[in-house]
Design a protein around this ligand. Structure first.
Ligand code: G4P
Length: 536
């Protein structure tokens, strides 16, 4: 039987991020294919086919062919236990994605080879850099016309401000994409294309050294020559491979491939698993000490809550990232924020449509705990005499706002319950006018589609109809001043600024433009504003 340390050190937990359509879902699926978790590609998602992504659970997702919520996929590959935190690619669900990144130990950034870095890549990348986790780059869609690889490197470095190190190098692109050169092994991997397989099966590779005469046949003489030139250029370039810089998120190892045809997926997976860290220690916010993953004591934090995940299981699930030790079903743990021991009766791991009941899990794993309404995002659970408390998960400032009222005032109870539960999940943030009640709520979301999801869920899950009026604000700032010292009702602000409060009574300001934020800061010297709030 594997020891606690062996179990934990075999874990690799990461998230895949990308701008919508760059190929995140396709790459995830291919990793599952190579990992042996699925037998044929196409079972994770087929927008046009009858099959739906493992993470598609809500009708709205099916209607639109996008995945709304993040789920976790676990599989074993070459002795490693891999947890992929699947994040919705659609830009409107970025809040959830941001939070999921808090639970990952590294990130894989998928970039479309024809487009380079896109808007959503930049946002997600910034969140990764907040935590200094390693970021790997997979430049996808090399089977199509792609930008020059040197130019793509430059594009990443310039826009994202991270250094890059190509781990492999593409041999041509489009229909002529013949393989990659592995810079570490100094070998060419020529892909044996099988037109019939069309990416459903794994791809065969032939290995050869640069200069090997067989390569003229395998990849073409002109490609062979061009590759030799490129490699000489690359090897002469100043950037050295520096594992330490990779581990601190300062250098991104770059891989080229095509998730659709499977070209380059396996070389990527192998190298990625070699370089990506085992579960990272997390900081106890109180003592500032690091909690070691292999500690005998169990600890973890809730990073996501989801109600009514499945109509067959009307329930609420709290997703826990285990940070240290071992989880056993039925164990007791101390719920730090509530200040009491609770029994962790049921753990679920989510894969496909089934929910397997987990009886044990280790640091690095994500488990779903049934939540009778006791958990909030950012909560810590732990065992042992010395309690730890992980830092809260930042709340990202919403960018769209709407005033929401219930149509039928008799349904006030359901309305309040629905709004509060959905807000607790972190899908929306709720505010109100200073000193007002719950009859009218101001809702803030990161993506505008979340407003539709709110309306849909209130109707379907809580049987409440609402009226929604969008508000002309785009920026929200938390006011850090003590309300005793600064009364936000009497600030010198522009007419498109509005003072509101959250449900705990914390003061905030809504602004119509960045210009109004500047105005407020300049005309109210004492005013201290922050872009991030804290859920805990
Ligand atoms: P996302 O999760 O990042 O949003 O992207 P997704 O994997 O859904 O891929 C977006 C589209 O790009 C899909 O096509 C997918 O088949 C295609 N794609 C992904 N990887 C590659 C690749 O390596 N090469 C090429 N040529 N295409 C790729 P679609 O037509 O929008 O959807 P579908 O009907 O094929 O699912």
């Amino acid at each position: 039987m594997a020891s606690l340390r062996e179990e934990i050190e075999s874990r690799r937990t990461f998230a895949i991020i990308s701008h919508p359509d760059a190929g995140k879902t396709t790459l995830t699926e291919k990793l599952l294919l190579y990992g042996g978790a699925i037998q044929t590609a196409g079972s994770v998602k087929g927008k046009q086919s009858a099959k739906h992504a493992v993470s598609d659970w809500m009708d709205i997702e099916k209607q639109r062919g996008i995945s709304v919520t993040s789920s976790v996929l676990q599989f074993n590959y070459q002795g490693k236990c891999i947890n992929i935190l699947d994040t919705p690619g659609h830009q409107d669900f970025s809040e959830d994605t941001y939070r999921t990144l808090m639970a990952a130990d590294s990130a894989v950034m998928v970039i479309d080879a024809a487009k380079g870095v896109e808007a959503q890549t930049i946002k997600l990348f910034k969140v990764c850099t907040l935590r200094h986790i390693p970021i790997f780059t997979f430049i996808n869609k090399m089977d199509r016309e792609a930008r020059d690889p040197f130019e793509l490197m430059e594009n990443i470095e310039e826009i994202l401000g991270i250094k890059t190190y190509p781990m492999n190098w593409p041999i041509s692109c489009g229909k002529d994409f013949k393989g990659v050169y592995d810079r570490n092994a100094k070998r060419v991997l020529a892909f044996e294309s099988d037109g019939r397989a069309n990416g459903v099966k794994m791809v065969e590779e032939v290995e050869a050294e640069l200069g090997d005469a067989r390569l003229d046949d395998l990849i073409g003489a002109a490609n062979h020559e061009k590759l030799a030139e490129d490699i000489e250029l690359l090897d002469g370039a100043a950037e050295e491979f520096d594992l330490d810089a990779v581990q601190h998120g300062e250098l991104s190892p770059v891989f080229f491939g095509s998730a659709l045809t499977n070209f380059g997926v396996e070389p990527f997976l192998k190298e990625f698993l070699r370089l990506t860290p085992t579960p990272l220690p997390r900081k106890d916010a109180q003592s500032g000490e690091l909690v070691e993953p292999c500690s005998e004591q169990f600890s973890g934090f809730i990073f996501k809550i989801q109600a009514n995940m499945n109509k067959n299981h009307r329930d609420r699930i709290a997703f826990l990232r285990i940070c240290s030790g071992k989880f056993e079903r039925g164990m007791e743990a101390f719920h730090v924020q509530e200040g009491k021991n609770i029994k962790l009766a049921t753990g679920t791991s989510l894969m496909a449509d089934d929910r397997a009941i987990v009886s044990e899990a280790y640091a690095g794993d994500i488990i779903g705990l049934f939540d009778p309404g006791i958990f909030s995002i950012g909560d810590t659970l732990c065992t042992g005499k010395k309690h730890v408390q992980f830092a809260g998960i930042p709340t990202f400032a919403p960018e769209h706002f709407a005033r929401v009222t219930q149509v039928d005032t008799m349904k006030r109870k359901q309305f309040v319950k629905g709004m509060e539960q959905i807000a607790q999940e972190g899908a929306i943030q709720i505010f109100r006018d200073l000193g007002s009640g719950m009859e009218e709520v101001i809702v803030g979301v990161v993506g505008v589609l979340q407003l539709e999801v709110l309306e849909y869920r209130l109707k379907n899950e809580y049987n409440v109809d609402i009226r929604m009026q969008t508000l002309p604000y785009e920026h929200l700032r938390w006011v850090l001043n003590d309300p005793e010292e600064l009364d936000i009702k009497h600030l010198d602000v522009t007419s498109d600024t509005r003072a509101i409060e959250d449900m705990k009574g914390n003061p905030l300001l809504l602004f119509g433009s960045p210009w109004s934020i500047n105005w407020a800061e300049q005309h109210n010297e004492a005013l201290k504003l922050s872009e991030f709030g804290n859920l805990t």
